[in-house]
Design a protein around this ligand. Structure first.
Ligand SMILES: Cc1cc2nc3c(=O)[nH]c(=O)nc-3n(C[C@H](O)[C@H](O)[C@H](O)COP(=O)(O)O)c2cc1C
Length: 344
């Protein structure tokens, strides 16, 4: 049996395979209330029927002003949480695990009335200049992560992922490219990490299950301002000490720049494997991992512990069954006998 499609305990979760659906914004909350719609039940349900071990929902805002767009999901009120519980129950019924990615978009909150950020610099010419956060406002945002985590807890989600990547608020704090503060939340790496530590504490105080974090390990910055790999390894050791159960490694999103390194199948996995050298907790990898053989190679060679699939699962809800064929994994089971009749 392949490692990719066999059971594992990863990041505090018992999973039926090592494939997770990477969080992907769908912008389908047409009436702008942050509440799941029938679209989301069908969208995530199809991936559960496709046997994805863990589904991580799209970026879900902890505050209306922290949405990437007004069509995002939210967990800032109980009505949203009640609907989330229904989704959790339905994904469990279909046999998969489900987590939520909690986010505040900071200066990339494109529909916010007053976008906020660690410092008053815009993301690009197409975005507004954000207001620099006062320390009391930082404390409020940390509290909102905790309150959203409590709602996730009550909804019964299997894990919470803190979005610390792709140029959203926590990434903006972590990177000196966007964080020019000179108070306790800026300057040294330790200071830039402070809000992340506070968010982890707030989430863990309110949520009983595993807490993961997504990081961007490159800002595609060529000026020498971005964190070095050894700084990211230090951040990872702090995350481990602060109780994070898995580090989900991605890159980019802080600026409009394109990657300053070759983009090819598995192009982000080298960053994950370098984080694995620094910590004992598991690490996941994402990015152009459509080829099941490559995924198996990454797992066999201990470069990462879990594979996140994004666009491949948008193209093909049956990706795992196709992967089983590619890998000659005869132990893989499709959803039920009726679906088995549909296999070649
Ligand atoms: C439509 C779309 C929406 C996305 N939204 C999110 C998101 O909400 N949160 C996140 O962390 N990453 C998001 N991403 C990035 C994906 O999770 C993933 O990291 C990226 O697509 C690379 O993986 P892939 O090559 O398997 O697609 C999004 C990607 C796509 C294509």
């Amino acid at each position: 049996m392949s490692l990719l499609l066999s059971k594992a305990n990863i990041g505090g979760l018992d999973l039926k395979n090592r494939v997770a659906m990477s969080p992907m914004c769908m912008y389908e909350v047409k009436n702008e209330d942050g509440i799941l719609t029938p679209f989301h039940f069908a969208h995530y349900g199809m991936r559960a029927i496709g046997q994805v071990g863990l589904i991580i929902t799209e970026s879900t805002a902890v505050d209306p002003e922290g949405r990437i767009t007004k069509n995002d999901l939210g967990l800032w009120n109980d009505e949203q949480a009640n609907k989330f519980k229904e989704l959790v129950d339905s994904i469990h019924y279909l046999g998969s695990k489900i987590g939520v990615q909690l986010n505040h978009a900071g200066r990339k909150a494109s529909d916010a009335k007053h976008p906020v950020a660690p410092s008053s610099f815009d993301f690009s010419d197409n975005y507004r200049i954000p207001e620099e956060l006062e320390v009391s406002q930082i404390h409020q945002i940390v509290k909102k992560f905790g309150q959203a985590a409590k709602r996730a807890n009550d909804a019964g989600v299997d894990m919470v992922e803190i979005h610390g990547a792709h140029g959203y608020l926590l990434h903006q704090f972590l990177s000196a490219v966007a964080n020019k503060r000179n108070d306790e939340y800026g300057g040294s790496l330790e200071n830039r990490y402070r809000i992340v530590q506070e968010v982890i504490d707030a989430v863990k105080d309110n949520y009983e299950g595993p807490v993961w974090i997504r990081l961007s390990l490159s800002d595609y910055d060529t000026t020498g301002t971005q964190n070095t790999m050894s700084e990211w390894q230090q951040v990872s050791r702090w995350l481990e000490a602060d109780g994070i159960n898995l580090i989900d490694v991605s890159t980019g999103g802080l600026t409009d720049d394109a990657p300053d390194f070759p983009v090819h199948d598995g192009y982000q996995t080298k960053f994950a494997s370098q984080i694995k050298q620094a910590v004992k907790i598991p690490v996941s990898t994402v990015g152009l991992l459509d080829n099941p053989g490559l995924c198996e190679y990454i797992l066999q060679n201990n470069q990462a512990d879990l594979i996140m699939e994004g666009r491949a699962l948008l193209r093909n809800t049956n990706w795992l069954a196709d992967a089983a064929n590619d890998l000659h994994d005869h132990d893989f089971k499709v959803f039920n006998d009726s679906y088995k009749r549909g296999q070649k």
